[in-house]
Design a protein around this ligand. Structure first.
Ligand code: NAD
Length: 472
């Protein structure tokens, strides 16, 4: 097996020799990505199902195959304008003397990429679109939790790309630790904030710039003007898709007090409609492994012990104590308090705490008392209230009247802020994130040399008098 240091050396050599790739080559790399996804889609779907125990094949076909393609097409369509030289204003007096200023967007070089298990295919290729559009090559380490999918990703990428363009390294945390200590030109990590801290520390040793796509507790604020039926349907879609194992999943709900019971009724009705039964339903995804199954159950247990009412939504009244997979039915946590772990940690599972508020300002105060989230969701038709919530809080992104929706927009940048992440992909911001905006200045002709004499030693005149004239 080739060692990761050798691969990096080979890729660096390739980048130096080839220079910035043409748009045609970038488009070719993007086209090969699309072909690869289409060729391997059924195999990916099966591998994901095997890795999770149960992973809805319909969902996988959406999230880990077809949803990537519009972003590939969008990048191809915009590549010419993104990569074009950007003319800039030259400052006075250099402008009137014929000097020129512009920006050229260069590739960074070799990008290291560490991806997680929850959407292994999507979270490999979605960020890679921006990485390739910007002209970089990549070295990838997928998650050890999804062994079958990660091996299949390696097989597929080795088939479609030369090792100098895209290389895959398999392994767990120790391989990840060694990988993140490599002297990449940029390191992109998607995963938990806890591991994100190790990644940033390892990268800092070599001053490698990072993009960190992390998670957090994305709140859902349900205003008094919200349509409760559609709110419930949309929130539950986001909470039960992939069994809530989504970085942008609605983590908890804060609802106007007089609407709480009606919303809960709608949430339960929705689950019954989406999943009349759960235990053997192939569209209800399992928790990835015993470790996460135990973690989520202990969140529920801790909340119960501290006084919350636990409302498990189990439409067919099934017994989950004996099962082949690690399924946890959608579970509401009523009357949650801040001393409960479920209100402190990212849930990353199908558990939904429901909090009440009496005045909208309380929701703003609550959200602002926590780490800046990856997503924020407001439901309602009151524009004034919406503006207040949006302008007085911050988050990586916002979806109004739905959850997760901003991620599906090819032209919107995706990423977090502060503890929910650094950097963006998708849209032009993704291209810029993986480019070096190189400032280029072309100086005035030598025939104007004398004009600058006053600024050079030995200083002869009153320099400040001339400088004052120039800033007028
Ligand atoms: P994780 O942090 O456990 O692992 C992610 C990757 O890091 C894996 O490939 C793993 O092998 C590697 N890794 C583990 N320890 C390492 C170390 N010490 N050094 C280097 N690499 C190491 O994350 P996860 O559990 O796979 O994913 C869940 C988390 O990811 C959640 O917090 C979720 O919100 C977040 N997430 C964020 C996004 C996003 O786009 N913002 C997307 C999906 C998941």
């Amino acid at each position: 097996m080739t060692n990761m240091h050798d691969i990096l050396a080979k890729q660096k050599q390739y980048v130096l020799k080839e220079g910035s790739p043409s748009n045609a080559l970038r488009i070719d790399r993007l086209n090969r990505m699309k072909e690869l996804i289409l060729e391997y889609r059924y195999k990916f779907v099966d591998a994901l199902n095997e890795d999770f125990g149960v992973r809805s094949k319909n969902q996988s076909m959406i999230t880990d195959a077809y949803s990537i393609i519009p972003n590939i097409e969008y990048a191809k369509k915009n590549l010419k304008s993104w990569t074009a030289k950007s003319k800039r204003k030259t400052s006075f007096p250099f402008n009137i003397l014929g000097a020129k200023s512009y920006v050229e967007y260069e590739p960074l070089g070799v990008v290291g990429m560490i991806s997680p298990w929850n959407f292994p295919v999507n979270l490999t290729f979605s960020p890679l679109i921006a990485v390739f559009a910007a002209g970089n090559v990549v070295m990838h380490k997928p998650s050890e939790y999804t062994e079958n999918t990660s091996s299949l990703l390696k097989e597929a990428c080795d088939k479609y790309y030369d090792e100098t363009e895209f290389a895959t390294v398999l392994g767990g945390p120790d391989v990840g630790a060694e990988f993140s200590s490599l002297k990449f030109d940029h390191l992109l990590y998607t995963g938990s904030g806890a591991v994100g801290k190790h990644i940033m520390q390892a990268a800092a040793k070599n001053l490698v710039p990072v993009t960190l796509e992390l998670g957090g507790k994305s709140p859902v604020i349900v205003g008094e003007s919200a349509d409760l039926k559609s709110t419930a349907r949309r929130v539950m879609m986001g909470k039960t898709m992939n069994a809530g194992q989504i970085c942008l999943a609605p983590d908890y709900v804060i609802v106007k007090d007089n609407l709480e019971s009606a919303l809960v009724t709608e949430l339960k009705e929705t689950v019954k409609e989406y999943y009349p039964d759960i235990k053997h339903n192939p569209d209800y995804t399992s928790i990835i492994n015993q470790k996460h199954f135990d973690r989520i159950n202990s969140l529920i247990q801790d909340a119960r012990e501290k006084g919350a009412t636990i409302d498990e939504i189990n439409p067919a009244n099934e017994d989950f104590s004996q099962q082949e997979a690690y399924k946890i039915p959608p579970t509401l946590v009523m009357n949650p308090t801040d001393d409960m772990a479920v209100m402190q940690e990212e849930i990353f599972g199908p558990v939904l705490p429901i909090k009440r508020y009496s005045h909208i300002d309380e929701t703003i105060e609550y959200v602002n008392s926590k780490d800046k989230p990856l997503g924020l969701y407001y439901f309602g038709s009151n524009k004034e209230e919406e503006n207040k919530v949006l302008s007085k809080t911050t988050s990586g992104g916002v979806t109004v009247n739905n959850v997760i929706g901003h991620l599906q927009q090819s032209d919107l940048p995706f990423g977090g802020v502060g503890p929910s992440g650094i950097g963006r992909y998708n849209g032009i911001e993704g291209f810029l994130n993986f480019s070096n905006a190189r400032a280029i200045y072309k100086e005035v002709s030598p025939r104007f040399e004398k004009l600058f004499g006053f600024m050079r030693p030995p200083y002869k005149q009153d320099v400040e008098a001339t400088l004052k004239k120039l800033i007028k």
